[in-house]
Design a protein around this ligand. Structure first.
Ligand code: NAD
Length: 296
């Protein structure tokens, strides 16, 4: 089994994920550009290096958890020249499918094994080690990465070849963005029709309107006590992150020539909601946007 892991990008997600690898007995070396990263990494039991290149030289597996495709391509571009041939590179960031495929090509060209392995489950799942990984890459790379990913997540799905993990992630989150907008809209209509939140929930949650946006992340307080609506829409899954994923889905639809009118509408709604200053709220707070829009 791989023993030495390099972890690049120790932010809100990366640091707790790397911490779980330390707890599982791996030797984890980390690097991040942020000024406070060293102290935070050392507190989690990581060895922090002065550069990303220093972190990967003795690694069997390199994991990146970075903001966007351009960061991943730049970091992989540098590090695939520094790592041992045959090292497994895993990118768990959420990035565009095209950049993910470029990253695979770049790694393979340098003799590395590569996986795209974006996650769902957020910072809570990252800390608890209960993330879901959607994985793209060869069966050889997947077989090598499985044991490592299992220490950070509770569910792995091998979705296909290069980029398939990112494709699955943005398709799933496009469903989520659209379905949340629909559920929120229905609750606002119900309010105007004098229907109680609980009554609509009791019907829709056991009928054909049933979906995760309703039954787990219900946008009104009451029916699902653990949903962010019960704590002033503290995320959860922030509006800004939902918007990022909806935009990635739109980019992918454009590149692939797929028709995506509902995704486009959801992206437009979340974009306005973010511009109004709600980027830090849970994405289910979009219900307040519908309420405000109709009162004007
Ligand atoms: P974050 O901004 O907290 O962390 C990103 C880290 O990357 C930062 O600490 C930054 O300093 C570091 N970084 C940037 N460029 C670097 C470089 N060249 N070398 C080394 N470090 C560099 O973001 P996050 O919330 O941890 O998210 C990371 C990724 O995971 C994103 O792609 C995001 O979309 C995805 N994601 C986030 C969540 C969530 O709930 N936060 C959920 C699922 C997926």
């Amino acid at each position: 089994m791989s023993k030495n892991i390099a972890f690049i990008g120790l932010g809100n997600m990366g640091l707790p994920m790397a911490g779980n690898l330390v707890k599982a007995g791996f030797a984890v070396t980390g690097f991040d550009l942020a000024p406070n990263a060293k102290a935070a990494a050392e507190a989690q039991g990581l060895k922090f290096t002065a550069s990303a290149a220093d972190a990967v030289r003795h690694a069997d597996v390199v994991i990146s958890m970075l903001p966007a495709g351009k960061h991943v391509l730049s970091v992989w571009g540098e590090l695939t020249a520094e790592a041992k041939p045959g090292t497994l590179f895993i990118d768990s960031s959420t990035i565009d499918v095209e950049s993910a495929r470029k990253a695979h090509k770049l790694g393979a060209g340098m003799g590395m094994l590569t996986l795209d392995a974006p996650v769902s489950g957020g910072t809570v799942g990252a800390a608890a080690g209960t993330l879901t990984f959607m994985v793209g890459g060869t069966t050889e790379a997947y077989a090598k990465g499985e044991a490592v990913l299992q220490k950070m997540g509770k569910r792995l799905v091998h979705c296909g070849d290069a980029g398939a993990g990112q494709a699955a992630k943005i398709c799933n989150n496009m469903i989520l963005g659209i379905s949340m907008a629909g559920v929120a809209e229905a609750f606002v209509l119900g309010e105007r029709l004098g229907l109680s939140h609980q009554a609509l929930f009791d019907v829709a949650s056991t009928s054909s309107g049933q979906c995760w946006a309703l039954t787990t992340n219900c946008p009104v307080p009451g029916p699902v006590p653990a949903s962010p609506a019960n704590r002033d829409y503290k995320p959860g899954f922030a509006t800004a992150l939902m918007l990022k994923d909806l935009r990635l889905a739109q980019e992918a639809a454009l590149t692939a020539g797929a028709s995506s009118p509902m995704g486009a509408q959801a992206a437009a709604l979340y974009s306005i909601f973010e511009k109004l200053g709600h980027g830090g709220e849970d994405f289910s707070a979009i219900i307040n946007f519908f309420r405000e829009a109709e009162s004007k």
